[in-house]
Design a protein around this ligand. Sequence first.
Ligand SMILES: C[S@@+](CC[C@H](N)C(=O)[O-])C[C@H]1O[C@@H](n2cnc3c(N)ncnc32)[C@H](O)[C@@H]1O
Length: 169
Amino acid sequence: MSTDPFGIREGEIAVDLPAQFDAGLYYIGRIRTPWTRREDCPRNARVSDAVCTIELDARWKQALQNVETCTHLLVLYWMDKSRRDLVVQAPRHYHKEQRGTFALRSPVRPNPIAASVVRLISIEDARLQVVGLDCLDGTPLLDIKPYFPSTDAVPEAVVGWHKERSGPE
Ligand SMILES: C[S@@+](CC[C@H](N)C(=O)[O-])C[C@H]1O[C@@H](n2cnc3c(N)ncnc32)[C@H](O)[C@@H]1O
């Protein structure tokens, strides 16, 4: 069994990845956080109140127009240290019970896109101070969108396998 924090665990299943990519994307900045080791990162965005900095590349600065009016943002980022070939995972914090990749918020997925709703504290030039991130320092930024409670919040939503558990996902 691997002790590598990015390695495969007992009970996990990997598949061959497709031979080629179907699309390209641009990293539009980097996320600065206090965490340099995966095991030190918060397990999800709600369990830390650390202030993190989103450093948007200067090229995209004008795209921040009106963002200062938003209290919360949806931030998409690229989990660049993740493997991408697992279809079944056995997360340590779920007692190594097997779960399908698409039933998890794990960073390990075919396209390691992470999403977090963050609270916006300030914007100065192309730097945004936010609370609510869970990624390693230097993680690439993919996108910033306004969080609309009217369309994004679904209070009655349930994750069945997780329902009986206490604590955050
Ligand atoms: C469970 S994921 C959740 C990500 C996001 N909030 C989501 O729900 O899509 C957060 C974990 O990803 C791992 N992680 C953070 N930054 C990473 C990176 N750059 N590459 C790979 N894994 C990373 C850390 O273990 C962290 O606790």
